[in-house]
Design a protein around this ligand. Structure first.
Ligand code: NOJ
Length: 767
């Protein structure tokens, strides 16, 4: 935008101060110059009082019913006054075009400079139309579909006034006890990095000033996913090696993809709460990675540093956070109350404040909020876009792609379309709430298509439904613990009755929608409540069971795997859940999902991940496993039940041996590794061909294998295709003993196959 256009586009309160600083340039013939955002930020910053600057660093949660009368007393009145005085830079959880307009009007029309608010919201897996939980979407390994899902989430949310999402969560997660595994892309940094970038691109689009894109936020910086014993908010203690090789890559990928904001995290990392971690925020993120956006704290995480015993008091917490590079305070009220005195005492500097404010203003300019603060507040558009066919169709498409077929013995699936008597059993079979998953703040309760409803659109079979086990609460509040019944088995009788007479039994079991997610850690990874018992009882009367799982984390499924012929992992699939599941069960969609997290055999294996290190026992050659003195459990295998990358199809895929174009290359070269993939089954299907690399010897110990490439391929029945991967030095890089990313010469093994346990391998040398 040219200067004169820019000046006249400004809200009137911003217009005046900026006009005076930039007018001379405009008048003296330079109005055709494209003014950089940095120039505009500097001009605005130079007009701001200290209080106004601090205000930009303050974020409040949504408060009074904004379209009603303004609050007259109490803390809401205080917040309202702060908004009107320009002491609030952002609000979260205000939503709806009309509501957002109302708060924006207070900020723009009543504050001295009229700086618009940036409106944050947890758009994690859809706004009103809910898409699959992020872990489920990650199981698709379909980067385009994941990007589209974020894009359409942004379309719906921006129509409701939101212009900043606290997503993607890019935390690597290895411990299924942690409830927030549902919110990320699973255990692998390579897959996690690609998905992080896809989500950022989806949310932010190619034009951030467009009314249907929003600023994204990579969170939680850093290592929040490594909470000890999987208990949310717990201490994290990991070494540099894990931090750099496993935790940081998806954050770096998000930064490289141009993510506009980061969120730091609640956890203490190696003795320092992440909110006060200067090395992470100032040295790595803003320094080494050149990140130019801003960092928001997590909810009250400044204040929690007092509880961690790291900050003496709130004033000290403000000092620590700002010094460390945390730019905006979410709901701790600390920056607003403490920065002024901290500055006076010389504990923080005006440069630090100016830097934080500039970063925040810059993102506001980049969003185009100064040009039109109300561009997300078009009620007409909101009506048109919310729940539109385009968004529903994309949610259905994503849901189908997210389903993972774990077992299909005797090809019980796909179901026959006619003449079958189907018993549909389980507490989640007709539940319209659980499929919405955890982050569904704006969705209507009970708005998902249930499995019963989805199956009903196939009319050739007879369906008899029985819950078997009740849900304790059907519509819980967001913050409530929810239970699947553990005290009442009275529903078993009806379930067994329908099961006995059925040709096929479909059992829909798993976790209630709020059983995974923030604060939802578990010590058990079983089917909660009486569900396991119900499954075993039904099995006694009918063995033709299709087990459909709805859950937000890997579960322990040993008994089911040993007995039940068919297991379908459907996660929490969102609004279109039942339709997607029905289409997969009936074979109108051939499942192609692959697990983004290992499924354990026992909770005692946690944390469990495929890319672990070797130990000295047994040795690399298999060693002596006859004695007890090797790294194992006395009562369980070391391996997962279903490995990372695992998932079946209704067709079969055959792999040829690996062919290498050469078995040696150097730092200027590369080689090609290829396999021939053949669809040897009877129907069209998709396969994710996966490439893993193992560095046999290095300056720091390296994982037994690491995903370094994959290709999602669709083949018609009988079709073959050559799948090639280019292997160059960058694929071999890691954070070495030299504390930098580099590839070290040596011998490497690559594996190419259908999941992380594949044995098909070849060796090459890198000089
Ligand atoms: C706390 C969560 O940790 C974070 O992920 C979320 O964005 C904020 N609350 C805001 O809701």
């Amino acid at each position: 935008m040219h200067l004169t256009e820019f000046l006249f586009a400004l809200p009137k309160r911003v217009f005046n101060p900026i006009l005076f600083s930039l007018l001379p340039i405009a008048l003296f013939g330079q109005s055709e110059i494209e003014f950089s955002i940095d120039t505009k930020v500097d001009a605005l910053l130079s007009k701001m009082t200290l209080e106004e600057k601090i205000g930009q660093m303050n974020q409040y949660n949504g408060f009074w019913n904004v379209t009603g009368p303004s609050p007259q007393e109490g803390y809401q009145k205080e917040k309202y006054d702060h908004l009107a005085k320009g002491l609030v830079g952002s609000m979260l959880n205000v939503r709806g075009a009309k509501e957002v307009r109302a708060v924006q009007e207070v900020a723009v029309n009543q504050s001295r400079l009229g700086i618009p608010l940036i409106i944050g919201f947890d758009l994690i897996h859809g706004y009103k139309t809910i898409s699959p939980i992020p872990l489920a979407e990650s199981a698709s390994w379909d980067l385009e579909a994941i990007k589209t899902s974020a894009e359409l989430g942004a379309k719906e949310a921006t129509a409701a006034g939101i212009n900043w999402t606290f997503a993607p969560m890019v935390d690597i997660t290895r411990d299924a006890r942690w409830g927030r595994v549902m919110e990320g892309a699973g255990e692998d940094p390579y897959l996690g990095s690609l998905i992080a970038a896809a989500r950022v691109h989806g949310f932010q689009g190619s034009d951030l000033t467009a009314p249907n894109t929003l600023a994204a936020c990579a969170k939680h910086f850093a290592a929040y996913g490594f909470a000890e014993s999987g208990r949310d908010y717990n201490t994290v203690d990991i070494g540099e090696n894990t931090l750099h090789n496993i935790v940081l890559p998806p954050f770096k990928a998000a930064a490289d993809a141009g993510v506009k904001t980061f969120m730091n995290s609640f956890n203490d990392l190696n003795g320092i709460p992440a909110t006060a971690d200067k090395h992470l925020q100032r040295n790595i993120l803003k320094g080494d990675w050149g990140f130019e956006g801003f960092i928001v704290s997590d909810w009250g995480s400044l204040k929690e540093m007092v509880d961690h015993g790291y900050a003496r008091d709130k004033n000290h917490a403000g000092e620590l956070a700002l010094n460390a590079g945390s730019d905006m305070d979410m709901e701790s009220y600390i920056y607003l109350r403490e920065i002024k005195s901290l500055l006076k005492e010389g504990k923080v500097s005006i440069e630090q404040i100016d830097d934080a404010v500039s970063r925040i203003l810059k993102v506001k300019f980049e969003l185009g909020l100064f040009t039109d603060p109300y561009k997300y507040c078009d009620e007409e558009r909101e009506k048109r876009v919310t729940g539109s066919k385009e968004i529903q169709d994309a949610a259905l498409d994503m849901a189908k792609k997210s389903i993972v077929l774990l077992k299909n013995k005797e090809n019980l699936l796909p179901l026959k379309k006619e003449g079958q008597r189907i018993a549909l059993i389980g507490p989640l079979a007709n539940d319209k709430n659980s499929p919405l998953g955890n982050w569904r703040i704006a969705a209507e309760n009970n708005s998902a298509v249930s499995v019963l409803e989805g199956l009903a659109s196939y009319t050739g079979n007879t369906i008899c439904h029985a819950q078997g086990v009740r849900l304790v609460d059907t519509i819980p509040a967001f913050h409530q613990e929810v239970k699947i019944n553990t005290t009442d088995k009275s529903g078993f009788k009806a379930a067994l009755k329908v099961a006995k007479k059925a040709d096929v039994v479909i059992m829909v079991l798993g976790e209630y929608g709020f059983q995974s997610g923030e604060g939802r850690s578990r010590t058990k990874l079983d089917l909660p409540g009486f569900q396991q018992e119900l499954l075993e009882e039904v099995y006694k009367v009918n063995k033709n069971i299709v087990l459909v799982l709805m859950n937000g984390r890997p579960l322990v499924l040993n008994w089911a795997d040993a007995h039940i012929p068919v297991i379908v992992e459907s996660w929490h699939l969102g609004t279109q859940s039942g339709n997607a599941i029905a289409q997969v069960l009936y074979g109108d969609y051939n499942p192609s999902g692959k697990l983004p997290m290992s499924f354990p055999r026992s909770v005692g294996q946690m944390p469990l991940y495929y890319n672990h290190k070797s130990t000295g026992r047994p040795g690399a050659d298999g060693g002596d496993t006859g004695s007890v003195f090797w790294s194992h459990y006395g009562d369980e295998k070391n391996t997962s039940l279903y490995p990372f990358g695992y998932g079946l199809s209704y067709t079969n895929f055959e792999y040829s041996e690996i062919k290498l174009s050469s078995d040696v290359f150097n730092s200027n070269g590369q080689i090609e590794a290829s396999v021939i993939l053949k669809n040897s089954g009877k129907v069209k299907g998709k396969e994710v061909v996966q490439l893993y690399v193992h560095d046999q010897f290095a300056s720091v110990t390296r994982p037994v294998r690491e995903l370094k490439g994959f290709e999602l391929v669709e083949l018609a029945a009988g079709e073959s295709k050559k799948i090639s991967f280019t292997i160059g030095p960058e694929m071999l890089e890691f954070y070495s003993a030299n504390r930098k990313w580099e590839a070290e010469p040596g011998t490497f093994t690559i594996y190419i196959g259908t999941n992380s346990a594949t044995k098909r391998k070849a060796n090459f040398h890198f000089n």
